[in-house]
Design a protein around this ligand. Structure first.
Ligand code: ADP
Ligand code: MG
Length: 373
């Protein structure tokens, strides 16, 4: 599969590159000003953004694969890779033409963690374009992208801060001292929170992805109708666990189905599940902020778009809370470009295709690659 993706990509790339102005081949090096092309292909969104270190975000586009994966109730890796391949180059072209830019100074791409085939498409295209444009590349950690996404906003957090990163694949509490100085305080022992939203949505026969669907339905329900567990709240440390909560919902749904009452109770189940999940996230976050004496919290990742989480955390936390705007909570390329803007010292010449399915965040600085520039 990997070989196929590379070959396919190489083909498409050369067709695409022939349309570009090949006279732009001087080596550009700016100390202060950089135009960064960001590429995100780690899962089921193909996204491209152009970030100017002086002017800010110039353009960003995204193609969601949700409709392709929805019939399967989750992401199918092979379908994801093929669709990234289909969409990525046209999206890059679109962003450059929207911003009236011929080529960027540096290309940032998501190098991991994620689906390896999907990552390879972004990495191959980034490295291929960088060779042609004679510019450098910055491989970015997807979760660092989420972590730095609030820096795209006017109101930015200052360091140090606590990051609650909650997405389809991760639930992390990170003590952030500075860019690259990350200490993971807590993670999930089983399902990620976004995954729990998606699985509960499936139990209730709602669409995929489940988070927004549960959230919408929850507005029509009463959130203390069912007393679902708030996992880990009384345990030491800062880890999360959501499989017990998911099982409790599953048992309640089974019971209601038997009694023929499920349809009538769906909104109450969604509301009670959402409340329990949000309480768990907020409980652990407040504990970490208190024990680590952190006065600022950022929330990012797809579940960071959850209205109840945003509202309740702001209400419960005495310090400052920062979020990226809603469209930059879920996967996007603007966060990859802004992360690169904070990591310009890590630019390297394009070399190999870099794609890491697993990549612990605390090891970003040590594991990335040897510099060859
Ligand atoms: P990943 O990077 O793991 O693909 P994203 O950062 O794109 O994840 O986030 C996708 C996840 O966020 C999905 O699990 C989705 O259900 C969840 N999600 C999106 N919007 C909401 C919401 N409003 N409430 C709760 N979960 C949400
Ligand atoms: Mg993500």
């Amino acid at each position: 599969m990997i070989l196929l993706v590379s070959l396919f990509c190489k083909n498409k790339l050369s067709q695409f590159l022939s349309k570009f102005d090949s006279s732009c081949n001087e080596i550009l090096y700016y100390h202060n000003h950089m135009l960064i092309l960001g590429i995100e292909t780690s899962c089921d969104e193909t996204a491209v953004a152009l970030y100017d270190t002086d002017k800010g975000l110039l353009a960003h586009v995204l193609n969601s694969q949700i409709s392709l994966h929805a019939p399967y109730g989750g992401v199918v890796p092979e379908i994801a890779s093929r669709d990234h391949l289909r969409c990525l180059l046209p999206l890059i072209k679109k962003v450059l033409s929207e911003a009236n830019i011929k080529k960027p100074d540096v290309i940032a791409y998501t190098a991991g963690p994620g689906l390896v085939g999907a990552l390879m498409v972004g990495s191959a295209v980034a490295n291929g374009l960088a060779l042609t444009w004679n510019c450098e590349v910055i491989p970015i950690h997807h979760m660092e992208g989420h972590l730095l996404a609030p820096m795209l906003e006017n109101e930015k957090p200052t360091y140090p801060f606590l990051a609650l990163l909650v997405s389809g694949g991760h639930s992390l509490l990170v003590d952030v001292k500075a860019v690259g100085n990350y200490k993971i305080l807590g993670t999930t022992l089983d399902d990620a929170i976004g995954e729990a939203f998606d699985k509960v949505a499936k139990l209730l026969d709602l669409g995929y992805p489940g988070g927004p669907e549960i959230s919408r339905l929850a507005e029509k329900g009463i959130d203390d109708s069912y007393n679902f567990p708030r996992p880990m709240l009384k345990k030491p440390g800062f880890d999360f666990s959501f499989s017990g909560l998911k099982t409790a919902v599953m048992l309640a749904v089974k019971d209601l189905k038997k009694q023929g009452k499920l349809e009538k109770e769906k909104a109450n189940i969604a509301a009670s599940f959402q409340k329990a999940a949000v309480d768990s996230l907020i409980g652990r976050t407040l504990k970490a902020a208190r024990e680590k004496n952190l006065k600022r919290v950022i929330v990012s990742g797809g579940v960071g778009a959850n209205k109840m989480l945003r509202k309740n955390l702001k209400k419960c936390f005495e310090g400052e809370v920062y979020y990226p705007r809603l469209e930059f909570c879920t996967d996007n390329a603007a966060m990859i470009a802004i992360a690169a803007a904070h990591r310009l010292n890590d630019k390297i010449k394009p070399s190999q295709i870099e794609a890491k399915a697993r990549w612990p965040m605390e090891q970003i600085n040590y594991q990335m690659r040897s510099k060859n520039g």
